[in-house]
Design a binder for this molecule. Structure first.
Ligand SMILES: Nc1ncnc2c1ncn2[C@@H]1O[C@H](COP(=O)(O)OP(=O)(O)O)[C@@H](O)[C@H]1O
Ligand SMILES: [Mg+2]
Length: 266
């Protein structure tokens, strides 16, 4: 029964994904037209301030819409992934650098090990996962507060029989990435719905409600899972688990080294 429910959910996500892809493509064309002609209009209107203001409004809305479209694209892409060895520490440091640059009032504390085995997966998608999680944390703190990012390796064995979000028992070696904030947190009503596509508590142009749907899709595709806990008024902690497959990753490593050797010989 549980499996049936999960299958249903996957199918629903898949059809949402292809719908998103089609819509995003159509909207890209429409938006290109709107942006193009409104720029032309601006030139024809010369410097009439009232008309210019109207055109600016049109262009602002078009820009917001195209941001939404790129999120839709990312959501549909989250349902197919590349497989390459990825050093997760590198992804985390890239994101941290971006945050330091964009949000000087966010204090970032990190706990990164000197070595962690590579994850097999899609670098740019995994980066998007971390970015979306950090964006949510930063938004929950109104762009000022403490953001903690921790990486470590955990072994989940049958004794500890960790219950993942699908309520199945998971086993093996995982990379665990913990992202916590001291923001506004959420109550159980919100917590229950956060992975739903288009679910958001943010008003206006800020949230499309796709951030965590994307995170969920990409994590599932990588064989991982998430555990989120939150206290209203205190903060939120997100634990992201991704499987470490050392054998497979050294195989891939060897293959790419071989390829390099061949290239050298040429
Ligand atoms: N770190 C967090 N702290 C508090 N609330 C959060 C956090 N992360 C997610 N949420 C809640 O989950 C909702 C859905 O998140 P998301 O899918 O990223 O969409 P969006 O950010 O566009 O609203 C948010 O609107 C917010 O209410
Ligand atoms: Mg978000």
């Amino acid at each position: 029964k549980l499996l049936e429910k999960k299958l249903m959910q996957m199918r629903k996500l898949e059809s949402l994904g292809s719908l998103a892809r089609v819509l995003a493509g159509e909207f890209t064309n429409i938006l290109t037209t709107i942006m193009g002609f409104s720029s032309l209009l601006k030139i024809s209107a010369q410097c009439d301030p009232v008309i210019n203001e109207y055109i600016d409004s049109i262009q602002t809305s078009a820009r917001i819409a195209s941001r939404l479209v790129s999120q839709l694209m990312a959501f549909s892409r989250s349902l197919t992934i590349l497989r390459e060895p990825v050093d997760f520490r590198f992804i985390v440091s890239e994101i941290i650098e971006q945050i330091r640059h964009m949000h000087p009032r966010v204090h970032i504390m990190t706990d990164l090990p000197s070595f962690i085995p590579p994850i097999i997966g899609d670098r740019s998608q995994l980066k998007l996962v971390i970015k979306n999680l950090c964006d949510n944390a930063i938004e929950a703190m109104d762009r000022a507060g403490e953001l903690r990012i921790k990486l470590n390796r955990v072994t989940i064995n049958s004794n500890s029989s960790y219950i993942g979000d699908g309520k199945e028992i998971v086993k093996g070696d995982f990379l665990k990435c913990t992202i916590s904030d001291n923001g506004r947190g959420m109550d159980s009503m919100v917590l229950e719905r956060i992975f739903e596509p288009f679910f958001t508590t943010k008003h206006g142009v800020k949230g499309a409600g796709l951030g965590l749907s994307i995170v969920y899709g990409i994590t599932k595709e990588h064989g991982g899972f998430l555990d989120i806990s939150s206290t209203p008024g205190k903060g939120t902690e997100v634990e992201l688990y991704l499987p470490i497959m050392e054998r497979e990753s050294s195989d891939l490593q060897r293959k790419s080294e071989k390829r390099l050797d061949v290239d050298h010989e040429k």
